[in-house]
Design a protein around this ligand. Structure first.
Ligand code: SAM
Length: 267
């Protein structure tokens, strides 16, 4: 076993019964496009291909790609790209495929970056069903006012309806990770959020800043990036209680707050 490689690429491979169960949770039908991130040795891939979906796999490790080509290279519905998913032309793929499903047992070291990059384009997909570290899934799927609610929850729930599907213990992987895992279903919001022309990247910088000192009230929770007086003025203008905290604001309220604040920061 190449331990350094496995650690570098976050490789923990699923056992067969768990892979069958997880693949069964993806509501993709025969002939539909599926994008699988990090197929590894094909634990999920095999069961998805057997259902006749058109599967494109994106895998960073050329050794895994060799294994996958050996197993599935002769199947017409199997397509593979050997690249870091963070450098993959996702928009090009989405332009070429009608509303694909996105799936994968994500490498833990880049799972947040992958999910964050996917969210603004989630409406071009049927959704994401896949696995991350349990603690990350809990943060992603947290509701306002709950202890796990933070900037990642706001970022994802601005684009997706979220649900944790399964909790998976370390014993279902080789090698065993030190953490629990969970699968989640992220589908495009039934009521899309209207960003009203706001700059999405700047909006999320603002949300992250709001959670810098999340135990404090909103007027004190921002780092030095935003002027405290202007934050207080916005809180008054919107009739929020002076004691309001970042964790109490829904994505819609964050946007409302940002749209009051943002003209004040543009010179
Ligand atoms: N899907 C397999 C399974 O469930 O058994 C493997 C999952 S393993 C947790 C994560 C996989 O993602 C590995 O195959 C790893 O090589 C691959 N990977 C890691 N970083 C990646 C990246 N940036 N882009 C694409 N694949 C990546």
């Amino acid at each position: 076993m190449d331990r350094a490689r496995r650690r570098k690429f976050g490789q923990n491979f699923l056992d067969v019964p768990t892979a069958i169960a997880i693949a069964g949770d993806l509501p993709a039908n025969e002939g539909e496009a599926v994008l699988e991130i990090g197929p590894g040795h094909g634990a999920l891939t095999e069961h998805l291909l057997n259902r006749g979906v058109e599967l494109t796999a994106v895998e960073i490790d050329e050794q895994c790609v060799e294994v996958l080509n050996g197993k599935f290279g002769d199947r017409k519905n199997f397509h593979i790209t050997n690249i870091d998913f963070l450098k993959f032309d996702l928009q090009g793929f989405l332009d070429a495929h009608e509303k694909p499903w996105v799936t994968g047992n994500l490498p833990y070291n880049v799972s947040t970056a992958i999910i964050a990059g996917l969210m603004p384009r989630l409406y071009l997909t049927k959704g994401f069903m896949g696995m991350v570290q349990l603690e990350v899934a809990e943060r992603i799927c947290a509701a306002p006012c709950s202890s796990n609610y933070g900037s990642l929850s706001v970022l994802v729930s601005a684009f997706a309806d979220t649900k944790i599907l399964r909790k998976i213990g370390p014993e279902h992987f080789t090698p065993k990770p030190n953490v629990d895992s969970a699968t989640m279903l992220l589908t495009p919001r039934t009521v899309p959020m209207d960003f009203k022309g706001a700059d999405i990247d700047k909006f999320f910088d603002f949300v992250r800043a709001a959670f810098t000192q999340k135990r404090k009230t909103l007027s004190n929770s921002f780092g030095k990036a935003y002027d405290k007086k202007k934050i207080q003025e916005a809180i008054e203008l919107l009739n929020y209680p002076a004691t309001v905290r970042a964790e109490e604001l829904s994505p819609e309220q964050f946007l409302e707050f940002y749209n009051v604040i943002s003209p004040k920061f543009s010179s």
